[in-house]
Design a protein around this ligand. Structure first.
Ligand code: SF4
Length: 500
């Protein structure tokens, strides 16, 4: 394998580039292959269709192999060894590249698609000083998908059976990462999932046009091969309590995420046709047999769909809404996303925002709902909106948030056959309400000793991911799930020592 020697000193300058490295900056960035907007509106398949082998090799060759410490590694929350993986792709050793990503990451094919790379690994990429950053995420997705589909997931080295049992609550990113680490350490792992299928957020929170369901399904099947058992349709806190799990298992991991949609608290928000984002997304994206009772069947579709919010979830909703309109008789319908702040204040990935606009979604900024107006049958028909202006927060405030102020006399009415509320998520308070020993810092957000071990205030109970940090990225949930698994591993070690 060709190895690029480290060059430069403590603060290496781009001028230190050797000729080979400099030559690499002349390789033009390739646009990732995608379905066209016209084609993709007729399906729920992934927009990114994946690199062909040759395209991936060229894209990987754009990496200039920076002198250590490589900025992309530092920019990645799980510190993937990106340069080594890209060198393996360049040398057409896709399996080795995938193994390098898997050494530090439990869900590389997921994060390769869904990380906001522009502010993580690619945001730190030196090549961005010459051209577009190397498409690190899509190369990570390429080689790990290549391995999964051509060779299958590699079987890891497994520790001998420890005789210890661990319950993992939640099969989203943090739960799957913790379950895999714990299974590899030789422990018996049982995962409790409240939805009918394992995969949590990956299945029930992310539309198929961003992440194919088969990726989460395949990962869960692989974990079963490692001995992990999934128990679905079981909500801890409702169907079984943490206290019960403590009696049956040696340790418990809570990775339940932050799944509760914020309430908007406006007149008419209980009208028929007003949906919370999660219900709209799962019913719009998944077949009924994968949904719980009471949430089966498509959501309503109409000519005028209003979405409220300015983040990744609202982008998922508007793009799901456009597909439903095209596929269910409203090809000329309108989907409008109303956001109370300015365009640049939206918390949405640029790629998703561009895709939404390509698919015909309209955006209105500095506009916030005042009330939802229904007809005589109690169904939403209009929304009264109000124009807002942003003002910087008081200087005394430590967080540079903007304050939005309504503009008097600016109200206007818009038509709405349905409304989708995508205004953010918070923790689920149920488990803490049934388990007084578990302290929280806010509803559904557990207090932990440190994010480096995930130890809660209850001995033997650990937590990590969005139920500790609040709604955050998948990759940070994976990183936290790994750390908590290692915290559990050392806790189980103390039990072993005590028993001996
Ligand atoms: Fe980049 Fe995310 Fe992959 Fe890390 S996990 S290399 S941040 S895409």
């Amino acid at each position: 394998m060709q190895v690029y020697p480290k060059i430069g000193g403590e603060d290496p300058s781009l001028l230190d580039l050797d000729p080979d490295r400099y030559e690499r900056t002349n390789i033009p960035a390739g646009a990732p292959p995608e379905q066209s907007p016209a084609a993709r509106l007729h399906n729920f398949e992934m927009v990114f269709t994946g690199y062909h082998d040759a395209q991936a090799v060229v894209e990987a060759t754009r990496c200039i192999h920076c002198p250590s410490p490589e900025p992309c590694i530092l920019g990645c929350p799980v510190h993937n060894d990106i340069p080594s993986a890209l060198l393996a792709i360049e040398q057409k050793d896709f399996e080795q590249a995938a193994n390098i990503f898997r050494a530090t990451h439990n869900l590389p094919e997921v994060c390769g698609r869904l990380c906001p790379q522009e502010v993580l690994c690619e945001g730190a990429c030196t090549v961005a000083g010459f051209d577009r950053a190397v498409n690190i995420g899509k190369l990570e997705n390429f080689c790990t998908n290549w391995q999964r589909t051509q060779k299958g997931f590699p079987m890891p080295e497994m520790a001998p059976r420890s005789g210890r049992r661990v319950a993992v609550v939640g099969s989203g990113p943090a739960g799957l990462a913790a379950a895999e680490e714990l299974a590899r350490d030789g422990h018996e792992v049982v995962v409790y999932e409240e939805w009918p299928q394992p995969g949590g957020l990956l299945v029930y929170g992310i539309p198929g046009f961003k992440l194919s369901k088969e990726i989460a399904d395949a990962k869960c099947a692989h974990l079963e091969e490692l001995g992990v058992k999934f128990i679905c349709n079981t909500k801890v806190g409702r169907d079984i309590q943490v206290d019960d799990l403590q009696k049956k298992f040696d340790a418990v991991f809570l990775g339940i995420g932050a799944p509760i949609g914020h309430s908007i608290g406006l007149p008419g928000d209980d009208l028929k046709g007003v949906y919370q984002a999660t219900e709209f997304l799962v019913r719009g994206n998944l077949p009924s047999d994968e949904l719980p009772e009471g949430m089966k069947g498509l959501p309503e579709v109409g000519a005028y769909i209003v979405v409220i919010g300015g983040g990744d979830t609202s982008a998922d909703c508007v793009r799901t809404a456009r597909r439903l309109q095209i596929q269910h008789g409203f090809p000329d319908g309108e989907v409008v996303d109303y956001y109370r702040g300015a365009e640049h204040e939206m918390r949405v990935r640029e790629e998703e925002y561009v895709h939404a606009q390509e698919e015909g979604v309209k955006y209105e900024f500095h506009a916030s709902p005042v009330r939802f107006i229904g007809d005589e049958k109690g169904h939403v028909r209009q929304v009264e909106m109000q124009k807002m202006r942003s003002k910087p927060a008081d200087k005394a405030q430590r967080v540079p948030i903007k304050i939005r102020i309504p503009i008097p006399g600016s109200n206007f009415i818009v038509p709405a056959d349905i409304v989708v509320l995508a205004i953010g998520y918070g923790g689920d308070p149920l488990i803490a309400s049934r388990t007084p020993e578990l302290k929280t810092v806010k509803p559904g957000i557990f207090q932990v000793e440190s994010e480096l071990n995930g130890a809660t205030t209850m001995p033997g109970v650990y937590a990590a991911g969005d139920d500790v940090r609040g709604a955050d990225l998948i990759v940070t949930a994976v990183a936290a799930g790994r750390h908590a698994a290692w915290g559990i591993e050392s806790y189980l070690g103390t039990l072993t020592t005590r028993a001996a």
